[in-house]
Design a protein around this ligand. Structure first.
Ligand SMILES: Cc1cc2nc3c(=O)[nH]c(=O)nc-3n(C[C@H](O)[C@H](O)[C@H](O)COP(=O)(O)O)c2cc1C
Length: 295
């Protein structure tokens, strides 16, 4: 098969998943092409592809704005088969509604969804996940990836269903429509900490950061992807009203993946509070994996 992977990523978690997917598809003898959405990337047409995968991180219970805009510009062949791989830091049921805009656009263009998969990835905002938890997440993702590949081979994939109330809530929480533009007025750099290394300028997917007269400046077309502040080597970027939720520091996903799951499960039946939402999600992945592969 010839497969196209179209994805958006802020802090490269979705890129990590895309790497894993692409490698798995290639290992099975497929041809894979990929498009990482960023400012200035030309919209592609799906003609000639047997399958298209759409990948995105969930932002405020929605797909990111630049992702939606890019998909709107794509030319989609009628009857096009596609699947969705999305990721987020928690598995609250409202996240089930996050693909509603993508699904609506694809339905209008006569495309056919052959599966939707929700991968947990560590938060790049709110708070940093514990190392062992990340190891457990990555191990579960390998199982989900195997399930995804099985489904695509056997036509057993399904869309993640969402209740109407979550669709409405997800539409209401669509803060990113104005969030990035408003918040960008509040961004600033700690001049004592900043070494002007230029990493934020080079990496911004929107080319929204520049340097003028020795000062780092932020424009007003920010995606709120957090790449600049997450990877700033000196934690020098203040991100306005999200400052209290800033996460600074790479998780080194590839390295943690090699270590495998922790010896003792991080999420158990007794997990409480925020961690409770993962119990059912992980149990479902384990059960399906066991059903398909007996492990
Ligand atoms: C602006 C913003 C909003 C987010 N909203 C959510 C959310 O609603 N639910 C969630 O579980 N995670 C949320 N996250 C966390 C990301 O979905 C998660 O860390 C993801 O793995 C980031 O992927 P990326 O590195 O490819 O951008 C949000 C992150 C950002 C930056």
């Amino acid at each position: 098969m010839k497969i196209l992977l179209v994805y958006y990523t802020g802090t490269y978690h979705t890129r990590y998943l895309t790497d894993r997917l692409a490698r798995a598809f290639v290992d099975r003898g497929n041809v894979v092409e990929r498009v990482e959405i960023a400012r200035g990337v030309a919209a592609v047409c799906t003609e000639g592809y047997d399958l298209v995968g759409f990948g995105y991180p969930i932002y405020g219970f929605n797909s990111p704005l630049p992702f939606n805009r890019y998909v709107a510009r794509m030319r989609i062949v009628r009857g096009q088969k596609f699947f969705i791989y999305k990721d987020s830091g928690e598995t609250f049921a409202i996240n089930n509604a996050s693909s509603r805009i993508l699904l609506r656009r694809m339905r209008r263009r006569g495309a056919r969804c052959v599966g939707e998969y929700h991968f947990v990835m560590p938060y790049n905002i709110h708070f940093a996940f514990d190392r062992d938890f990340v190891r457990e997440i990555l191990a579960k993702n390998e199982k989900l990836l195997r399930i995804l590949l099985y489904d695509l081979d056997h036509g057993t994939g399904e869309r993640i269903r969402s209740r109407l109330i979550y669709n409405i809530a997800s539409a209401l929480v669509s803060i990113q429509k104005v969030g990035g533009a408003v918040n960008s007025f509040l961004y600033r750099v700690d001049r004592n900490a900043c070494t002007q290394c230029g990493k934020c300028i080079r990496n911004c997917p929107q080319q929204n950061i520049s340097q003028k007269k020795g000062k780092i400046r932020f424009g007003h077309h920010c995606d709120m992807c957090m790449r600049c502040s997450f990877y700033c080597p000196h934690n020098a970027i203040h991100i306005g009203f999200l400052e209290g939720w800033k996460v600074n520091g790479d998780y080194h996903l590839a390295r943690l993946a090699v270590e495998g799951a922790p010896d003792r499960p991080y999420i158990t039946e007794d997990s409480r509070g925020f961690y409770r939402c993962f119990v059912r999600h992980f149990a479902k992945i384990d059960a399906r994996h066991r059903e398909l592969f007996g492990e």
